[in-house]
Unconditional design. Structure first.
Length: 223
């Protein structure tokens, strides 16, 4: 069955994240209600410390909200045991962070084949080609920051993930490099049908053709 065009692949329903430190209560996220359509490209813009990284971790099922529901492909993940959440992460979600987290002792190919459910050098090379990286035997300490991010984006797709979450992926890059990474992601969104959710504190990135969200003090203000 074909889904309607406005099919919400990811939904956040009244999400709160509350941390307690002795007598202090910190509302890292509060009253977040938003959705992201399947195959859409979404940018969440907000200043450092506003809760973007916490939101990405909750979307990526690495943390659970204190209150509220996270629905992925119509499945409420919030009350699921971690074993089920891990299977959703394995099958659905790829993640990219500002820091690449590539394994320094492995070359580009091996950094991709390691997390694969079934190791496949040809598939790894094909993915690296898609992100514009063909120096397959290069190690992370030999790569530029932009090259590292390209490899990380390829790694996020190794298990045919349909949801890609990126937390400040261009934060350490120069303006030209950030522009090229954004163009790459937009191309992958269109060619691969990926649902992409990206956070940034760079308002210039919201000029790209995408769905725009603004975040401040743990709340999504507007779309």
């Amino acid at each position: 069955m074909n889904e309607p065009e406005d099919y919400a692949y990811v939904e956040l329903n009244d999400i709160w994240k509350i941390y307690k430190n002795e007598d202090d209560v910190i509302h890292a996220l509060s009253r977040i209600n938003c959705s992201f359509r399947e195959c859409s490209f979404n940018i969440i813009v907000g200043p450092s410390g506003c809760g973007k990284s916490t939101l990405i971790r909750i979307l990526g099922l690495l943390e659970t909200p204190s209150l509220g529901e996270v629905l992925i492909n119509c499945e409420n993940t919030s009350d699921q045991p971690q074993k089920i959440r891990n299977s959703i992460i394995r099958d659905e979600i790829g993640m990219v962070f500002q820091s690449s987290n590539l394994i320094q002792t492995l070359n580009a190919i091996d950094n991709l084949t390691l997390p694969m459910l079934s190791s496949d050098n040809k598939k790894a090379k094909d993915l690296l080609k898609k992100v514009g990286f063909t120096d397959y035997n290069k190690f992370p300490n030999e790569m530029s920051l932009e090259e590292e991010q390209r490899v990380c984006i390829a790694r996020a797709m190794v298990n045919n993930h349909s949801l890609i979450l990126l937390d400040e992926p261009t934060g350490a890059l120069h303006s030209r490099e950030a522009y090229e990474i954004m163009q790459l992601l937009l191309g992958l969104n269109r060619s691969e049908g990926l649902t992409i959710i990206l956070t940034t504190n760079n308002k210039k990135l919201s000029q790209f053709d995408c769905n725009k969200f603004e975040m401040i003090d743990g709340t999504i203000l507007k779309k």
